[in-house]
Design a protein around this ligand. Structure first.
Ligand code: HEM
Length: 544
């Protein structure tokens, strides 16, 4: 009996071919089209099944991760587990004091507290110095929101993003680059920076009513910009527009990045994206200028390799961060083409400008405000500066390293006013086991409430909340430690006393610590010293 049409048709195209013609007689009877139709139907079904299995697999994995988060999270001390902590929600709604709320919780539950921000979001706050050190060493990832914010503003970049693996090598290159910048450029630049800022503010408004915040921001822009682009920044006609654009992009980045799906339908978002594109174009323009007019980047990179020979043996690695920019050819590619490593370099530069300006401006403003509020501080700083820096000589980095009171003032200001209230980390892939008994599940948001730690009276003494730079002198600032940076970071070893050094965290700690720490402390000290050496700093109506 002849096989029925359906039965005769092989199930797969491969089956038909492999059957070696045994089905051949039925083909003409059923028609090649029927076979192909059936084949397509079965193929589609198979694809749908595969898709369904994949989605189910992903969902099951998510559910397993969620159950794990709930199980491990509930074991940590904290207020009763609810969908979202109502106390924190109330504090946030009132635009209130998160540090104050965490302080109460730490008072009740101890050095580790967990809070549920939602069914799938667990926040763990750590306050104990030794636990913090362990946590910051083991938790190597940044929060995905931080990475998304920088990605949105800067495009593709190899710094500030979540995964430690992806930022490791760029961090190391940047570390070497910034060390070289300190040795080569800072001493000459500081007076130029001050002059450029005064020139700019003079041309726009009355010098007598200079706003401290804007002044600090201009100084920060110029010190980071001069380090990255060289002196060409000072003659660039678009410098002011570039600074404004950077600040505008920095202001709203976190808000727009908090959307899970980019809200293209919102005019505000489209305006923000336009600003980011303009920022990228201007960054490319200043990089080009820097390469074309001065060859500054190439020159300084190579010099820095020679200068820091003791630290870095391989000169090729010295230029790796800015390789693409240094070779004008490579950068041209980035301007014309889609994503490339050159685009990443441009993204890194924008990221560094955004982060470096906001943090350094914050610190500078804090110091300048204290200078005007406390004339005695100004006198002490002045005495420290003139003791080292004579009128005739040029101020150099070695001089700044001798100005212990200036360095102590910068560090004490950073202690009292860190860049943000919380240091944030997470471990995306692995659970964290602290002190071998506390397990924090992967994906939890880890925070260190900096004000609580850096103003903890049990560590810093009864005057923990007061401004007292001398506390940094009592324990001897280890200036040798400032120059001995460990791999991928610029650690400043300030205290011989362990608890204090683990509780001084304005620049973070561990593998994701601030790479610009040494650059910021020494650069800002240099600026303050240069400013006080040559100018009178005072507030409106109080200058003699
Ligand atoms: C007063 C000035 C500054 C403050 C207070 C500051 C603070 C910080 C903090 C708190 C972190 C995170 C640390 C952690 O998670 O442990 C960080 C990271 C970082 N900072 Fe700074 N910073 C300053 C200036 C700078 C400057 C001038 C640069 C470079 C030009 C810089 C480059 C970086 C980089 C590259 C990272 C880490 C990026 C990563 O691992 O993905 N910072 N900074």
């Amino acid at each position: 009996m002849a096989p029925s049409c359906g039965a005769a048709v092989p199930y797969t195209l491969l089956g038909a071919l492999l059957s070696g013609g045994s089905y051949a007689p039925s083909w003409p009877a059923c028609g090649g089209r029927a076979f192909l139709r059936d084949y397509a139907r079965r193929g589609t079904n198979a694809m749908l099944w595969l898709g369904l299995l994949a989605v189910t697999w992903v969902l099951l994995r998510r559910i397993a991760a969620l159950l794990r988060l709930w199980a491990l999270g509930s074991r940590l001390p904290g207020p009763p587990a609810l969908l979202a902590d109502p106390g924190l929600a109330a504090v946030c709604r009132a635009g209130g004091d998160i540090t104050g709320y965490l302080s109460k919780l730490h008072g009740s539950f101890g050095p580790i507290v967990r809070l549920w921000l939602g069914p799938s979001q667990l926040l763990v706050s750590v306050k104990d110095a030794s636990l913090i050190k362990e946590m910051l060493t083991k938790a190597e990832d940044k929060l995905p929101l931080t990475g998304r914010t920088y990605n949105l503003a800067c495009g593709r970049l190899g710094l500030f993003i979540s995964s430690f693996e992806k930022v490791k090598s760029t961090r190391e290159s940047l570390n070497v680059f910034l060390n070289g910048k300190l040795n080569v450029a800072a001493s000459k630049s500081s007076f130029k920076i001050i002059e450029a800022v005064l020139h700019r503010t003079n041309s726009t408004k009355d010098m007598d009513s200079l706003d401290c915040r804007s002044f600090s921001q201009h100084m920060a822009f110029n010190i980071i910009g001069a380090a990255l682009f060289g002196d060409v920044l000072f003659d660039w006609s678009d410098a002011a527009a570039y600074e404004e654009l950077l600040m505008a992009v920095a202001k709203d980045g976190c808000f727009w990045a908090s959307y899970a799906v980019p809200p293209f339908w919102k005019p505000g978002y489209r305006r923000y994206r336009t600003l980011c594109t303009k920022l990228k174009t201007l960054t490319e323009s200043i990089i080009r200028k820097s390469i074309d007019q001065n060859g500054e980047l190439r020159h300084n990179n190579l010099s820095s390799c020679k200068i820091s020979e003791g630290v870095v043996k391989d000169p090729v690695r010295c230029t790796s961060l800015l390789d693409g920019m240094i070779s004008g050819r490579g950068f041209d590619g980035a301007v014309q083409g889609p994503l490339s490593s050159e685009e990443e370099i441009c993204g890194n530069i924008v990221g560094l400008m955004l982060h470096g300006i906001s943090t350094s401006a914050n610190l500078l403003c804090n110091i300048l405000t204290r200078l005007v509020l406390f004339p005695k501080l100004k006198d002490q700083l002045h005495a420290d500066i003139v003791a080292v820096h004579t009128e005739s000589s040029e101020l150099v980095m070695d001089d700044v390293l001798k100005m212990q009171f200036v360095l102590a003032t910068v560090c004490e200001s950073a202690r009292l006013l860190p860049a943000g209230p919380l240091l944030q980390r997470c471990s995306m892939q692995h659970d964290l086991t602290l002190k071998s008994s506390i397990t924090i599940p992967a994906g939890a948001i880890l925070v260190v409430p900096l004000h609580l730690v850096q103003m903890d009276a049990s560590i810093w003494g009864n005057d923990a909340c007061q401004f007292n730079p001398s506390r940094f002198l009592q324990k001897d600032i280890d200036l040798g430690g400032i120059l001995a940076a460990h791999k991928g970071s610029n650690g400043i070893k300030l205290f011989t006393e362990r608890d204090k050094s683990d509780s001084f965290l304005p620049f973070g700690s561990g593998n994701r610590a601030c790479v610009g720490q040494k650059f910021a402390v020494l650069g800002i000290s240099m600026l303050v010293a240069s400013l006080l050496h040559s100018y009178e700093v005072c507030c409106d109506n109080c200058c003699a």
